[in-house]
Design a protein around this ligand. Structure first.
Ligand SMILES: NC(=O)c1ccc[n+]([C@@H]2O[C@H](COP(=O)([O-])OP(=O)(O)OC[C@H]3O[C@@H](n4cnc5c(N)ncnc54)[C@H](O)[C@@H]3O)[C@@H](O)[C@H]2O)c1
Ligand SMILES: O=C(O)C(=O)C[C@@H](O)[C@H](O)[C@H](O)COP(=O)(O)O
Length: 537
């Protein structure tokens, strides 16, 4: 695997690239290289001397070589000379570095402060004689290029170097999963990714409906402040918590408000909270004026790994769970890990159900990570998360989102491949409905996966060991593996209303080996019933 820098800093002379770059490197625990210092060491002379004896063009050639080398074989923080991105070869290389997941941070400093700092250093050949005027001229040429290129812009005014460095370190630690298809978008995972909200919403919306529940008030307050600061008119909409928010009455109340408050097609919705809130917010966005822009800000583990991505929006009705809704993709998803600091243990553990599902159906590395960290994950305490556990959680979220992105990118409308994400859900949704939604979704899916494993075993798809492994892994995470709350007849009736069913034919998703799923259409009735008996223990 090629090593790439954790971050590359660009900006005008005097912006503080070296000082802040060193702090970023310290925060990320990696080495720091300043390309100017590197060039001087290699050439054995100071930069002004290279300009004087060999000319600027030759200096730019040496500079580009040095930078390109580091972009491919260096895993630290790299700070570039002010003019470096103006060289086509460097600009193009930085663009591909961003494409590989890199962070190019533009330090945008206050001009007066930067000029004063730059003038103090005698090592700036382009600033000799009339530094301030020259600096400003270069700034007007370079600033648009820096802004176009960078995927992280840090305004340093009012921040001390460590605060600016922290912004860049957070950005470098962000994980981005790209969802492709007709309307591609990014899922950003990391601490403080919520700060990208205005950027993802864009400058077209005037009004934003910020839809959230009460338990996440602290996070929605932060989002509201951010949105207002960015100049949007924010309608703060609190909905009933959890499944009580996923109803036609709640949607109707919001449609009424959007009408009264003059929401047009260019306005937008932000859904912030657990999966119920993002499902409802997406449904409102999909239906208002036949579809307006929306961004999901998931705050529960389950919403981060699953509900916020993929564009399944919807509500529950008397007929069953999620039976009314639409496929409507968000403009972006911001999974801000700092919001997990208020997530209660039982809701975190529930989310592990969907994480495990992604391991069973595709990425078995997820299963290994879950096994290895089961104890720490099961006793998750939002106020005491070690750096190690935080890393494990971020890795699990990214991997699970990648599994989701794989399925939804090529099959948004669930014609086939996407149905695999429904592993464990045929029984899971029936349990949720029969328990009047008092059972948490991830818990119901956990039991549903054991049911699907039993069914697969009864029909010869998998061996007993894999069924046992479902039970042992899920229970080690604190998830339920049995259910005794209803009759087979009631469950069967609901399974016939599952969206995978066709006519009178029941359809399931089952494993035929770890990490691989297949469709199971119309299984024998006695196996369907016997598998149910086996989860009633
Ligand atoms: N659209 C999809 O693809 C998809 C995928 C999976 C699940 N879902 C849906 O998601 C829902 C389940 O999502 P969920 O498990 O997040 O449940 P939820 O939305 O009911 O949230 C659980 C509880 O946690 C609270 N909460 C969320 N984040 C919090 C935080 N950071 N701090 C404190 N409290 C917080 C919520 O307000 C709620 O009280 C179900 O309705 C399910 O059908 C949808
Ligand atoms: O995104 C999908 O597709 C899924 O099936 C993901 C599921 O984990 C999720 O629970 C989803 O809400 C289920 O959708 P449904 O179509 O079965 O209601």
């Amino acid at each position: 695997m090629t090593l790439i820098p954790k971050a590359v800093l660009i900006g005008m002379p005097g912006a503080g690239k070296t000082r802040i770059g060193q702090d970023v490197a310290e925060l990320l625990n990696v080495p720091f290289v300043d390309s100017d210092v590197e060039i001087e060491e290699r050439e054995g002379v100071k930069i002004p001397q290279i300009f004087e004896t060999r000319g600027e063009a030759e200096f730019r050639r040496i500079e580009a070589d040095t930078i390109l080398e580091h972009l491919h074989d260096f895993e630290g923080v790299l700070s570039l000379g002010g003019g470096a991105p103006m060289t086509d070869r460097v600009y193009a290389a930085l663009e591909s570095y961003i494409g590989e997941g890199g962070t190019v941070a533009y330090l945008d400093a206050d001009p007066n402060e930067a000029i004063a700092r730059a003038s103090r250093s005698g090592n700036r050949p382009l600033l000799v004689d009339g530094a301030a005027k020259k600096w400003r001229k270069l700034y007007s040429q370079r600033r648009p290029v820096f802004e176009r290129l960078a995927n992280c812009i840090v305004h340093t005014k009012g921040k001390n170097p460590m605060q600016a460095a922290q912004n860049i370190a957070d950005s470098a630690n962000e994980r981005v999963v790209h969802v492709t298809g007709a309307d591609p978008y990014d899922v950003r995972i990391g601490s403080h990714v919520g700060s990208h909200l205005a950027e993802v919403l864009g400058d077209k919306p005037v009004r934003i409906a910020l839809i959230h529940t009460t338990p996440v008030q602290r996070h929605s307050d932060r989002a509201r402040t951010l949105l207002r600061r960015a100049g949007y008119e924010v309608s703060d909409i609190t909905i009933p918590d959890a499944e009580a928010g996923k109803t036609i009455e709640v949607a109707n109340g919001i449609w009424k408000r959007l009408g009264e408050e003059g929401f047009t097609r260019s306005d937008a919705v932000v859904g912030l909270g657990g999966g119920a809130a993002t499902d409802l917010a997406g449904f409102v966005a999909a239906t208002w004026m036949r579809g307006i822009r929306y961004v999901n800000c998931p705050t529960s583990l389950l919403a981060m790994v699953d509900a916020s991505t993929g564009g399944k929006t919807g509500i529950n009705t008397e007929a069953g769970k999620n039976l009314v809704g639409s496929f409507y993709t968000p403009a972006g998803v911001l999974a801000d890990l700092t919001t997990l600091a208020t997530l209660p243990n039982d809701i975190f553990v529930e989310g592990l159900g969907e994480v495990a599902k992604s391991g069973f159906i595709m990425d078995t590395e997820i299963l290994r990570i879950l096994e290895e960290n089961a104890d720490a994950l099961r006793i998750f305490d939002p106020e005491h998360v070690s750096d190690e556990l935080e890393h494990v959680i971020a890795e699990l979220i990214e991997r699970t989102v990648r599994v989701k992105a794989h399925h939804v990118s090529s099959d948004l409308k669930e014609k086939g491949l996407r149905e695999f994400l429904n592993y464990g859900h045929t029984m899971g949704h029936a349990i949720e409905k029969l328990e009047h939604f008092r059972w948490r979704h991830g818990n119901a899916v956990a039991v549903g996966m054991v049911y699907a494993a039993e069914l697969a075993h009864l029909l010869g798809y998998i061996d007993q060991d894999l069924v046992d492994y479902h039970r042992s892994l899920l229970s080690s995470l604190g998830l339920p593996t049995s259910w005794n709350g209803g009759s087979f007849e009631d469950v069967l009736a609901l399974m016939h209303r599952d969206k995978k069913a066709r006519g009178n034919m029941l359809r399931f998703v089952v494993l035929d080996r770890p990490g691989h799923v297949v469709h199971l259409d119309n299984p024998p009735a006695d196996a369907v019933e016997e598998a149910f008996r086996r989860i009633q223990q």
